[in-house]
Design a protein around this ligand. Sequence first.
Ligand SMILES: CC(C)(COP(=O)(O)OP(=O)(O)OC[C@H]1O[C@@H](n2cnc3c(N)ncnc32)[C@H](O)[C@@H]1OP(=O)(O)O)[C@@H](O)C(=O)NCCC(=O)NCCS
Length: 203
Amino acid sequence: MTELPLTRVAASDAKQRHIRSAIRNTQSLAAIAHVTRDEDIAALTTLLSNPDISQPIYTLPDRIDHDSVASFIHQHLDERKRGEGLLMVSTDEHERAIAYYDIQVWPQWASCELGGAIDSDYQNTRQGSSGALQAFTWLFDVIGVDFICETAALDNVRTARLLDRIGFTYMGEINSKLPGGGLRPSRYWELTKNDWQGLQSKP
Ligand SMILES: CC(C)(COP(=O)(O)OP(=O)(O)OC[C@H]1O[C@@H](n2cnc3c(N)ncnc32)[C@H](O)[C@@H]1OP(=O)(O)O)[C@@H](O)C(=O)NCCC(=O)NCCS
């Protein structure tokens, strides 16, 4: 199993405090998603029950139902208290969950990994790319990480293209640890804040 992130630069105490505090106090991801709570269990269960959403994602519970989604939410609320993780959900005007964002944070390395998905009604319409772009900007500017790492299943072409287009550096294949045990081969990318800022300043 590969421990993430691959690149490890120790963050200063002040930087670590900033990141933990930002994670604990945030309520919204750039106004597109909110911190997931018990009120979201039903909507998130419906979203994640769709295999188009859950099949490519190794960090989700093996079985999707009310109880497993409730404990997934509670596990993230505990991580949020420690300043080490967030689960965010976007809902539409009918309170239907249309996207979710799962953020694993390593304050000691000033780094994080973002996972997630959008509802199949919205896939292949650039909305995944747009949501990911907003989330990466927010992670650098508001949460204060210095770099972001990403993993995807070997056959997840859309994620690979999305990350390559945004400017992530592909670093090779790794083995991701599955929550229920076992390993999944993954592709692995990183993007530093410096590289990100350089890309933003290009016309
Ligand atoms: C991955 C996901 C967020 C991408 O969002 P999306 O809105 O569907 O994708 P986009 O329309 O933004 O397209 C992203 C890239 O994939 C390409 N693409 C879209 N459909 C494709 C297909 N069927 N085959 C190959 N490439 C495809 C697009 O052309 C685009 O590449 P480009 O920018 O080089 O042109 C979304 O599909 C999703 O939630 N998938 C299920 C869960 C998942 O895989 N999550 C990520 C786990 S790491």
